[in-house]
Design a protein around this ligand. Structure first.
Ligand code: GTP
Length: 602
């Protein structure tokens, strides 16, 4: 059958192990783009279409591409590569993409070895019964140690290292062997086109000309033009307008059959109306049950966005609406704060998602914005037994009314070379972590499992982990419910005025230290003014820390020696540039960076 010549697969890997490079190499090898175009693109990152993704080198949105490959057996196969995002913020998207495949290439960097996300992605793939091919990448590196990696593949992953394929995605070594292995080992999808329709939505994106493009994997039945469909979890109904496959550009076709990966258009107005992971079926001839594992993605980090100048509120509204079309995980509602005017309260999947959103607003819409101190969502219970969720520190109630405050917890998995175990355990302890497990993966590496408050992971955890381990430790986490906590609201005052956007809920035991840290960081971030600025951190009216920004004395251009006009100009321009990114709060101009800086120790 047609399905015998289809292979659906994804590439899973720890960040930076070369997933995008390999995907591009496949695309080049199978002629989806000509060698000329490949070279014109710098031979790089064809799948990552968003600018920011390219610059940060992180794949955020999953995408798919259909490749034709004539194998050594003389048959031509359609290889559907479903791309998966690689960062901890986007695990749910990974799992939906994985669900759409029969097999996965598990990429391991030949010099770095197995890391936390390699494992967590492997578990996801195993949950969905995927056939897994271990791939050792970057064998061109002088530090590549193929034997050691093979041992890790056996010991840590429990996979047969004899099946591992060694490649260099960068230099194009071993790519054909890998394609052959993929065709040989990964099972073809089942030929179930005669059954009622059952298809998985694994992604969607908004195209200004065509509207919402739904990325689907058909498991049973077929999707055709004119068909009335039902999305089983949201109960939404649509009519299919077009079906097609991904070939870098969209390519329309007759129908999508069981086993195929492609897209449909169905007059969906906004991505917010769709849920990744939902099951599409035929309205008149529905399948008996939706595909398993559907869940609503929940934001875990909250922050408010304000325009730097308040007359740009309408522009910000428009930008938010447009972003929402393309980012179903972004949730927001109108918000206002005394010092900042009108803006939006937003929920994000993690700090990375927050930073990417900030950058997109600034870059794609050319809007200066400010984000308030991010917060997790607490569960509060008052003395009358009433329970509610709170994610905005500005709205924290009078403490005497509260019976209980609970905070979200995570289960953190850290994999590290043994020499860093001591300092990483100390770090986790300092972050209020409780050790659950410590496993020696082999003589050189340890897996640590900690229960930790999510809020502590937001504050500088990842950077500290990386610097303490010289970049060698890796980290992944899962949500794990709520636990009672003791937090206090810390206010930040500038010249005696509370800046509500800087208010934070902090753990009582760390409050003093955090206050000192925040004041110190703010002192660095706030530019000098014509007058002195007092920065204070206060808990319930008691000042716990203070710093002062001294008054401005010199003209900036006075620093320029000689009469170098161009330098002077540049300096003034830079000053202007900097001004654009300031927000008036009372009589103090706060740089945008101040709000995120308070989260980072240094
Ligand atoms: P994310 O998209 O951020 O998850 O990263 P990724 O896994 O897609 O990694 P990417 O393809 O961006 O590669 C990361 C880095 O490794 C880049 O600098 C690549 O040039 C480099 N790289 C990828 N493959 C190879 C290889 O075979 N050999 C060498 N030496 N470098 C490679």
């Amino acid at each position: 059958s047609k399905q015998d010549f289809i292979r659906n697969f994804c590439i899973i890997a720890h960040i930076d192990h070369g997933k995008s490079t390999l995907a591009d190499r496949f695309i080049q090898k199978t002629g989806v783009v000509s060698d000329r175009d490949f070279n014109a693109a710098g031979g790089k990152q064809i799948l990552d279409s968003m600018d920011i993704e390219r610059e940060r080198g992180i794949t955020i949105k999953s995408q798919a591409v259909a490749m034709q490959y004539t194998a050594k057996d003389g048959n031509t196969y359609t290889l559907n590569l479903v791309d998966t995002p690689g960062h901890v913020d986007f695990t749910y998207e990974v799992s939906r993409a994985i669900q759409s495949c029969e097999g996965a290439l598990l990429l391991v960097d030949a010099s770095q070895g197995v890391e936390a996300q390699t494992l967590s992605n492997l578990y996801l793939a195993m949950e969905h019964d995927l056939h897994i091919i271990p791939v050792i990448n970057k064998i061109d590196l002088p530090s590549a140690d193929i034997d050691r990696i093979k041992q890790e593949i056996e010991d840590d992953l429990g996979l047969d290292s004899d099946l591992a394929v060694a490649i260099s995605a960068k230099n194009g070594i071993g790519i054909e062997d890998l394609l052959e292995a993929l065709i040989e080992q990964i099972p073809a999808p089942k030929a179930l086109s005669e059954k009622p329709l059952k298809a998985n939505i694994f992604d969607s994106h908004y195209d200004p000309y065509r509207g919402v493009i739904i990325h689907v994997r058909v498991f049973e039945g077929r999707l055709t033009k004119g068909q009335n469909i039902l999305l089983m979890n949201t109960q939404a109904q649509y009519k299919v307008e077009t079906t097609g496959i991904f070939r870098i550009k969209l390519e329309e076709n007759e129908a999508l059959e069981a086993g195929e990966v492609g897209y449909i258009l169905a007059g969906v107005k906004s991505i917010g109306d769709l849920r990744v992971g939902d099951t599409i079926t035929d309205l008149d001839n529905p399948c008996d049950a939706p595909l398993p594992g559907f869940k609503e993605v929940k934001p875990v980090v909250f922050s408010s966005i304000y325009p730097l100048s308040s007359d740009q509120y309408d522009e910000l509204t428009e930008a938010m609406e447009k972003l929402r079309l393309n980012d179903a995980a972004l949730v927001y509602e109108k918000d206002s704060a005394a010092a900042l005017g009108v803006g939006f309260r937003c929920g994000f999947l993690g700090l990375l998602h927050l930073e990417v959103t900030q950058e997109r607003i600034e870059r794609e819409f050319n809007l200066g914005i400010l984000l308030t101190s991010p917060s997790v969502r607490y569960r509060l219970t008052d003395k009358k037994g009433h329970t509610w969720m709170l994610d905005n520190p500005a709205k924290y109630p009078e403490p005497s009314q509260l019976e209980l405050c609970e905070e979200p917890m995570i289960k953190a998995t850290i994999i590290t070379p043994t020499e860093y175990v001591g300092s990483l355990m100390a770090l986790c302890m300092k972050k209020r972590g409780i050790q659950e497990q410590m496993i020696y993966l082999d003589t050189k590496r340890v897996e640590l499992i900690f229960q930790m408050p999510l809020a502590e992971v937001l504050f500088d955890f990842y950077d500290s982990l990386k610097s303490l381990s010289r970049g060698y430790a890796s980290f992944d986490y899962q949500e794990s419910g709520f636990a009672p906590t003791d937090v206090v609201k810390m206010d930040i005052l500038l010249n005696g005025e509370v800046v509500d956007a800087l208010s934070q809920l902090v753990f009582r035991g760390n409050a003093r230290e955090r206050g000192l840290q925040i004041c110190e960081r703010l002192k660095e971030e706030i530019p000098k003014h014509q007058f002195k600025i007092a920065i204070q951190a206060a808990i319930g009216g008691t000042v716990v820390a203070r710093e002062t920004v001294s008054a401005l004395r010199k003209d900036v251009t006075a620093k320029c020696y000689g009469g170098d006009i161009t330098r002077k100009k540049k300096l003034l321009e830079r000053q202007k540039e900097g001004k654009k990114r300031l927000k008036m709060v009372g009589n103090v101009e706060l740089p945008q960076s101040a709000f995120l800086a308070v989260l980072k120790s240094k």
